[in-house]
Design a protein around this ligand. Sequence first.
Ligand code: ADP
Length: 605
Amino acid sequence: MLGNVSFTLLSFFYIALLTIVYFSKKRIESKETKLYSYLIITTMIGVCVSLGTYYFMTNMERFPMLNFIFSKAYLGFILVYLYYMTLYVSYISYVKNEKKKFSDYFMFWLITFIFLFLLIFVILLPIEYSVNDKIVYSYGTSVSLVFTITRCVAIIWIFMLIFKKKKTSWKKIMPLIAYIVLGSIISMIQRSHPEMLLSTAMIVFVTILMYFTIENPDVKMIEELNLAKDQADRANKAKTDFLSSMSHEIRTPLNAIDGFSQLILEEKDIKVIKDEARDIMAASQNLLEIVNGILDISKIEADKLEIVNAPYETAKVFNDLVKLTKARIGEKPIELKVNIAKDIPEYLNGDYVRLNQIILNLLTNAAKYTKEGSIEFNVSCVKKNNVCRLIVGVKDTGIGIKKENVDKLFSKFERFDKEKNMTIEGTGLGLAITKKLVDLMNGKIVVDSVYGKGSTFTVAIDQKIVKNIPVKEAKTTTKEKFDIKGKSILIVDDNLINLKVAARLLEGYKVKTECVSSGFDCLKKVEEGNNYDLILMDDMMPKMSGTETFKKLKEKEGFNTPVIALTANAIAGMKENYLKAGFNDYISKPIDKKELERVLKTYLN
Ligand code: ADP
């Protein structure tokens, strides 16, 4: 008799050990490990029920009710075990999306309802016991039903695995094969020896086998930790690379600014001084481009760069680009050929600032990397419904790009032919930004280049049509004259050099300027009754910021002088923030003369 139960007793120790080991270890929760946890608990309970069943069945006369409950509970355990195994099979054969919950799948509910339904049947159908020469075993419709379900479920698993929609390793299928093979052998043995209690031992064996075939929780955890470490290392390296390239890029123009400034101090010839001042200006412009490039890249990488669509006049955008390119070509023997298709709508809707940046970068590169010959600027369009696909081509007869470098062209900080291009300023950020902007605008950019002959960059971007009128001939804007002589301007900045620069830039307009170095002094000046026509206000000042000073000014009765935020804070959304705070306008530092003139024209003219 004991021989019959010894398998179950041994199984109890194994499963108890496995339960302790499995639940005492830290693991990564996945659908698979969760299902396995339920399977272990079910098996553990099942083994206890199995031992109880054995005990009550052999003492049936003393505990008829408990015997009935335990035999039914044992049949229920087999069903619950089959239920979790079926969920496991459906997981390894169909569930592709790890993030989706199991309960989001229809299959989960179907399996659950079918098993619940079967469980009710197993509980309600009769069970009988055979006592024959001290050999006790159960039979009856509920027992036969469970045997039938076991066979049917095994067939369903085979079908699910044959028609699976997911790649599954053989390792994961092994416990199922073991279950089917051992189940068939055991059912044959039990037909002739119904007293042999082998089913529980087989279930425990399959559960233990599964421990070695499910995604190993420890290995998975280590893998994930390694992955996180790799990512952190890579991010750290990228940051170090970025800092070292940046310090190099910034040092180059700074070297020019510093060197030429020292020379100017010692130089007496005004012509030489002017030349060197121009070089300082070019180096500063380069420095500014670097800073703006970094800002753009960081905004793009932090997903902060937004495409702001607004209607714009196409002719104006393209003509301005032509003007800027001509200025960039300067004295070089390069012919600029412009072909802007006549059927481009007069107004389009899109982010013209970014569109301008994309095209200007290509045109500037063409001008930078071409010594002589020509640059073609072609713009055409394909219209469909209310969308206009702008196709912009920039073709040059410049130095060209080697085939092996074309793939690296859009990566940041990549510059080629460094020896040849020694004298050409650049950061290697332009095309990286261009590509990201084109992607953000759902466009495409392609390059075709022959080393030594020239390159063609083509960009295609969809823009919405606002008014379908063919593009007009370019209007040449005559320079408006304006007179603001004698107007008084207060400049507020805590940095003396910045005050000096702003005051000097304003000198040419023959205005009266006054400089103060704090918000407090600004308030004092206004309280003393000084009437200014315009105030240029720095924001980041110690003790009282420009914004706070501005708020205090606004509280003063009768104060209606326009106040312009003048700040080096040029990150995304800053302009909008200043305007929201009530400032009349915004100029970013370093001050662009054109911007300054625009503000003077708007508020003083
Ligand atoms: P930058 O011009 O500031 O160096 P870009 O990202 O705009 O940076 O360009 C990256 C590199 O690609 C340049 O340094 C240059 O070597 C190459 N390149 C870009 N445009 C051209 C072109 N039109 N002709 C030849 N080489 C080019």
